[in-house]
Design a protein around this ligand. Sequence first.
Ligand SMILES: CC(C)(COP(=O)(O)OP(=O)(O)OC[C@H]1O[C@@H](n2cnc3c(N)ncnc32)[C@H](O)[C@@H]1OP(=O)(O)O)[C@@H](O)C(=O)NCCC(=O)NCCS
Length: 200
Amino acid sequence: MKEKIILIGGGGHCRACIDVIEQEGRFTIAGIVDVPEKKEHNALGYSVIGSDADLARLIKTFPNVLITLGQIKSPMRRMELYNDLMKMGAHFPVIQSPLAYVSPRSQIAEGTIVMHHAMINAGARVGRNCIINSKALIEHDAVIEDHCHISTGAIVNGGVKIGRGSFFGSNAVCKEYIEIGDNSLIGCGAIIVKNISKIP
Ligand SMILES: CC(C)(COP(=O)(O)OP(=O)(O)OC[C@H]1O[C@@H](n2cnc3c(N)ncnc32)[C@H](O)[C@@H]1OP(=O)(O)O)[C@@H](O)C(=O)NCCC(=O)NCCS
């Protein structure tokens, strides 16, 4: 029998994650956790089974979780959720679309989702609680630190380092071996050719 998983956050990113989880076929989705106002809602047929206040109770029954809240301007809520869920004893499996290519010579840490048609090449390392969105390319030896969102169709070239809590926008591209500091916000379509220092 398949293990169950619960999804934290029921918006648009959640719907895209549901599709990846269904295609991967490793987990049955037990339900979605969202704000109390959305208790009557469902996403693609899955019910909202509780709000943040119910998490400690839900984790006892469903320890596997994926944070499906989106992330653009701030990583804070996803980071807080990750830390709270860790303390509650949640498990954070890596979710990987069968349509993605992930090199066996790369590393992906817990709680990260690799979405359809993403590519993670040899020597790349992706941290915890990241979103590697549809069609993103993480080239050889790139490092994506914890809590980053690499958006749709983005190109992170070889040896690039993206600091913790950063957003790298849709169709943005960066030159090889660039370093992008923590908490950076790279808009869609940006072309990055110089290092970006750490944002406090
Ligand atoms: C960078 C971003 C977060 C800024 O959003 P915002 O704070 O709401 O900013 P605004 O849309 O008000 O734009 C502010 C200014 O920056 C410019 N701007 C915004 N995004 C830009 C971008 N990606 N490249 C160049 N200029 C941009 C706007 O034209 C505007 O310029 P103006 O003041 O001369 O009119 C947003 O534009 C963006 O890129 N979001 C990510 C989109 C994406 O990748 N989505 C994928 C989700 S999976």
